[in-house]
Design a protein around this ligand. Structure first.
Ligand SMILES: Nc1ncnc2c1ncn2[C@@H]1O[C@H](COP(=O)(O)OP(=O)(O)O)[C@@H](O)[C@H]1O
Ligand SMILES: [Mg+2]
Length: 372
């Protein structure tokens, strides 16, 4: 850990890297506040009010004044904005072009639609954005929505004191965040609408005014229109072409409310790196083999659904377990049979099904690997 800065080493005119968040002090004339300079803790808060700053995004600043240098409990380091640096998302891999696009969309406040196969990192990406940018993350699973009102409230039945059933509305996380955002204008809320394509179109339609410039929804409990505050941003995720479960096509007018961002599986070398870091007990050669098979399954022209990174991770969890670690090579095919074939329709031993096709691919790749 780098040490805290000594106040005497922070001179006016020095340029340094920092990351601002929104200044929680409401009365301050500086909108942005940081705590570190060049990765080391600053002895006083770092303040700036330049509108080009995006909270959570690293930038270069120049020190313009050090206020009350002698007082440990007061003062501030005032800086001027020099330039923005790239957004560094923690714990998620995103291809560099998509990363740039994402940064621009986030800055412009547009609704974002993450479009990619299952298990390619849509949910971790949304979470990481919220964490990096200091936003409140609001998760909502659209797969559970049946009717339009389900986005905002659910009806629950409970027993009253006299034993009679009473029905009541319970607010969803989405409705709660709209209300809270109004009360907390300094906080920012990232509402993640997961599996947006899995709810019925009629229900989705009811959400559309929330997503366009109207930004209004009907409050089903209080029976009035509710304005969605500006400090709420939406990200939705869809998994198009998932043959496995019931999916609803999203119509063009609905799609048009979002800026689509296509995602794919991370490259094999990245996936090996990620899995090897998470499961260092396994040899890199074994992890590489698992990922190689997964890559072949994903690229197979006969298969439409994707193969989640959850599947390769599951194989790692099996193989590092004491019950398996002594016979990893021998057990690898069995593990992939359940973790990979099991995620597709049909059975591994029925070559007319997707699961059977996956089993063929697994054997081909493992045979080639053996020859080497
Ligand atoms: N690009 C990525 N970066 C980091 N982790 C990833 C990535 N893609 C997948 N994963 C890992 O795979 C798992 C599934 O990712 P998730 O975000 O839930 O997928 P999705 O929402 O697209 O179905 C998680 O454990 C996640 O850590
Ligand atoms: Mg997800």
């Amino acid at each position: 850990m780098a040490e805290k800065w000594n106040i005497d080493d922070l001179t006016v005119g020095a340029t340094m890297e920092t990351t601002f968040l929104t200044n929680p002090v409401e009365t301050s004339s500086f909108r942005f506040r940081a705590t570190h300079l060049d990765g080391r803790r600053a002895p006083k808060v770092v303040l700036c009010d330049d509108p080009r700053i995006s909270p959570g995004r690293p930038c270069i600043v120049r020190i313009t004044a050090v206020r009350k240098p002698k007082r440990a409990d007061r003062g501030a380091i005032e800086v001027e904005f020099v330039q923005n640096l790239d957004l560094q998302l923690k714990g998620v891999w995103l291809d560099p072009i998509a990363s740039k696009k994402l940064q621009i969309l986030l800055e412009s406040g547009l609704n974002i639609l993450l479009d990619g196969p299952q298990g390619c990192g849509k949910t971790v990406l949304a979470k990481s954005i919220a964490e990096t940018l200091g936003m409140e993350f609001v998760y909502f699973n659209c797969g559970a929505v049946v009717e339009a009102t389900d986005f905002l409230a659910t009806i629950q039945v409970r027993a009253s004191d006299n034993g009679q059933p009473v029905t009541e509305f319970v607010k969803t996380s989405v409705l709660e965040s709209f209300e809270q955002a109004g009360d907390e204008p300094k906080k920012r809320y990232l509402v993640f609408l997961d599996e947006l394509n899995r709810c019925p179109e009629s229900a989705r339609n009811a959400l559309m005014p929330a997503l366009d410039t109207t930004r209004k929804v009907f409050h089903p409990i209080e029976n009035h229109f509710l304005n969605i505050p500006d400090n709420v941003q939406f990200i939705a995720a869809v998994n198009r072409g998932n043959e496995f479960s019931a999916t609803f096509g999203i119509d063009a007018a609905q799609l048009d409310r979002f800026a689509p961002l296509q995602m794919t599986y991370m490259p094999p070398t990245q996936e090996v790196k990620l899995l090897h870091e998470r499961h260092p007990e396994l040899s890199k050669a074994l992890v590489t083999r698992i990922v190689k098979v997964a890559d072949a399954v994903r690229k197979s022209p006969e298969l439409t659904g994707g193969l989640s990174v959850r599947a390769t991770e599951e194989a790692c969890i099996y193989l590092k377990h004491p019950l398996m670690e002594k016979a990893q090579r021998r057990l690898l095919p069995e593990v992939l049979q359940s973790s990979f074939c099991g995620r597709f329709a049909g059975r591994w031993d029925d070559t007319t099904t997707d699961a059977g096709t996956v089993w063929t691919v697994i054997n081909q790749v493992l045979r080639e690997e053996k020859k080497k």
